[in-house]
Design a binder for this molecule. Structure first.
Ligand SMILES: NC(=O)c1ccc[n+]([C@@H]2O[C@H](COP(=O)([O-])OP(=O)(O)OC[C@H]3O[C@@H](n4cnc5c(N)ncnc54)[C@H](OP(=O)(O)O)[C@@H]3O)[C@@H](O)[C@H]2O)c1
Length: 362
């Protein structure tokens, strides 16, 4: 039986993770759960699972520090996932990582530390889980996968504004939160609509799979059935397909390297009929270009990108800025950020804090 700590237990990913534990009570035991403010929610779950409940801004780090487990599911929002991820690695616990901002802001630090401690970072994001699954037969986890990989291809649903309206300046929070395929928390849903989320996933893949960002491409696939692909050196391309249900990659992260049965919707390919693919429109979705530039600049630019985006999305949801202000505000932060090397947690936090105050005041 694997012992699990769930950080962000009341969120969209955390709730799916709890479902998986309920359906496999002989395989998993939840030992601790952490949330930021939903005390009643976490206490109810803790009573159900016989686990410890943690609530508050530093609850995730405390839950990891005070408990031992085989896997820590990191599914909080933003940089709040960084300290508990580093703590889990230092304690030798494998990490099932949903919080992509951890890799966006501090991928180099996190992956170096994981290698040092022999800890596995198992992807939960559906695209990265797809790549992970495609790589299984070909390469060993946390090794230098890029030797046999020519290109990673991340699929993107394209979000609610793929085909219209032409003018996005009047988009409201309700429209941006109405994702056509996935039910997710508000921050990641808005990021999906601007394609900033896909940009973050390029950076996440860069560190998880040790493949340079210029060998990671994005293709728009509105049906969200092919979750991502790997093109190998010999010309073969593998893809992973499943219905859009986050419980598939979360469960795989928990059971890897094995699989367990699950009662879920199956793919009905004849009913689907056709799967379509197209290139992303980088003029309509300028976030993709911005992310590539930040990746190229290196250092803590990607930490700035992530933090500024968190504030910009929050300001948009509060009605303080327009939808079309989000990416330009993040770009301004990235371009005006001081040069700070990404060589310690303190530097990442310094860049993060600079970006937050910049994005809050411009
Ligand atoms: N949802 C998806 O399908 C999906 C897919 C791929 C990747 N992701 C990534 O997974 C992460 C979680 O997404 P989500 O959609 O599940 O978010 P969500 O629904 O907004 O839930 C966030 C959870 O994290 C908790 N939390 C926030 N800050 C915390 C802190 N400082 N300490 C402890 N707990 C904290 C929240 O607790 P309270 O409720 O008490 O605030 C809540 O339980 C994000 O990074 C997202 O990009 C999500």
């Amino acid at each position: 039986m694997k012992k699990i700590i769930i950080l962000g237990a009341t969120g969209s990913i955390g709730t799916s993770a709890c479902d998986i534990v309920r359906t496999h009570p002989d395989d998993f035991k939840v030992v601790a759960l952490a949330v930021r403010s939903n005390r009643a929610g976490v206490e109810k779950l803790a009573a159900e699972f016989g686990a410890k409940a943690y609530c508050g801004e530093d609850s995730a780090a405390r839950a990891v520090a005070e408990n031992d487990a085989d896997i820590v599911l990191v599914s909080t929002v933003g940089l709040s996932g960084l300290a508990p991820t580093l703590k889990a690695i230092e304690k030798g616990m494998d990490v099932a990582l949903a919080t992509k901002e951890v890799m966006v802001a501090a991928g180099e630090l996190v992956t170096n530390l994981a290698r040092e401690h022999g800890v596995k970072i198992i992807p939960v994001d559906s695209e990265h889980s797809a790549i992970f699954q495609c790589l299984q037969e070909n390469c060993a986890i946390n090794a230098h996968w890029n030797r046999c990989v020519r290109r990673l291809i991340l699929t993107a649903s394209g979000g609610p504004f793929l085909d219209g309206p032409n003018d996005l300046s009047g988009v409201t929070p309700a429209q941006a939160l109405n994702h056509p395929r996935w039910k997710m928390g508000p921050k990641v849903t808005v990021d999906s609509s601007t394609m900033m989320n896909k940009g973050f996933e390029i950076l996440e893949a860069r560190w998880l799979f040790d493949v340079p960002a210029d060998r990671i491409d994005v293709v728009v696939h509105p049906e969200s059935v092919v979750h991502s692909l790997v093109e190998f050196e010999d010309g073969a391309t593998l893809a992973q397909l499943s219905p859009p249900d986050m419980r598939v990659p979360i469960q795989y992260a928990f059971t890897w390297p094995e699989r367990r049965p699950a009662v879920r919707a199956k793919l009905d390919l004849p009913a689907l009929g056709a799967l379509t693919f197209r290139a992303p429109d980088e003029n309509r979705f300028p976030a993709l270009k911005l992310v590539k530039e930040a990746a190229q600049a290196g250092g803590t630019r990607t930490a700035v990108l992530s933090a500024a985006d968190e504030i910009a999305v929050d300001r948009f949801l509060k009605g303080e800025i327009k939808y079309t202000d989000i990416v330009p505000l993040v770009r301004a932060a990235v371009e005006r950020a001081p040069e700070i090397a990404c060589d310690s947690i303190a530097r990442v936090l310094e860049a993060d804090s600079w970006a937050r105050s910049f994005a809050a005041s411009h």
